[in-house]
Design a binder for this molecule. Structure first.
Ligand code: PTJ
Length: 248
């Protein structure tokens, strides 16, 4: 049991959720390693949602609201870290969740689907279509979801799928604490924030923006420059580390 007054309580609780996710067959062991990388970036970013992240979260919500077929891709880490919050976001944005995993087995996909359904979301997981150009398992998608989506939200993504989604004419929104990752660099909107803060922030933006006009939403999206977000994220790491070094 982790005492509530432990200085790293929230961080340790996230680890507990992922370990439990592994025991349930939802999260893969590789997901623990991926989380460790995320933790490291969160640490050097100061474990808070920076202004550049809040901006990207708002733009992401506006873009999803403007889209005809937005879809939220969910993997094993996302499913256990923010099941309730991502289901709420899905409802507010009218964007179904789709189980899409790197370490694929039909059994695992079904487990993630059943788990998410408990939170009331519409969950696609038919695995009945393939994204051309990808050789790994993330190519396996649902014909009603990512396959026909115009915008895909991809939290904690790995490798090259972002590029392939874009080649298929889709817009990609990434949530990734590592601003240097391939996905972060290639996405249309990169949210450099911990998923446990990013998704609740997006829920709030969705409540605020859901009745906005298309013109208002377009204005939010059109003035956005993702390269500026990446630049600011990298600079935030430098500034934070310099501040700490100089305070010693
Ligand atoms: O469930 P599966 O089979 O799809 O597998 C999922 C993992 C996460 C194992 C797979 O997608 C993977 O290997 O991912 P990577 O290549 O390690 O990339 C994950 C990215 O997410 C890294 O850049 C991490 O920095 C970032 N990340 C990890 N935890 C968080 C995070 N970003 C935001 N919030 C987090 N909590």
């Amino acid at each position: 049991m982790i005492p509530k007054d432990h200085p790293r309580y929230e961080s340790l609780m996230m680890r507990e959720k992922l370990v439990k996710g592994c025991r349930m067959g939802i999260t893969v062991l590789q997901g623990l390693i991926a989380h460790g990388r995320g933790e490291m970036f969160d640490y050097v970013l100061g474990e808070r949602s920076h202004d550049f992240a809040l901006r990207a979260e708002k733009v992401a919500v506006a873009l999803m609201l403007l889209s005809k077929r937005p879809v939220i891709s969910v993997n094993g880490n996302t499913a256990v870290l923010v099941p309730k919050e991502i289901s709420e976001l899905s409802r507010l944005l009218n964007a179904p969740l789709e189980v899409n995993v790197f370490h694929f087995s039909k059994e695992r996909v079904d487990k993630i689907r059943s788990y998410l359904k408990r939170f009331g979301a519409e969950v696609l997981a038919n695995c009945d279509a393939e994204l051309k150009g990808l050789s790994h398992a993330r190519r396996i998608v649902d014909r009603r979801g990512i396959y026909v989506a115009d915008t895909v939200l991809v939290p904690l993504e790995d490798g090259d799928r972002c590029e392939i989604l874009k080649r298929h004419g889709k817009r990609v929104i990434a949530i990734d604490l590592n601003p240097l990752s391939r996905t972060a660099m290639k996405a249309d909107v990169t949210i450099v924030d911990n998923i446990v803060r990013a998704v609740p922030n997006m829920v709030e933006f969705a409540k605020e923006l859901k009745d906005s006009s298309r013109e208002e939403l377009k204005e939010i999206v059109n003035s956005y420059d993702n390269r500026e977000t990446l630049r600011m994220a990298l600079k935030a790491i430098r500034v934070n580390l310099t501040k700490i070094a100089e305070s010693l």
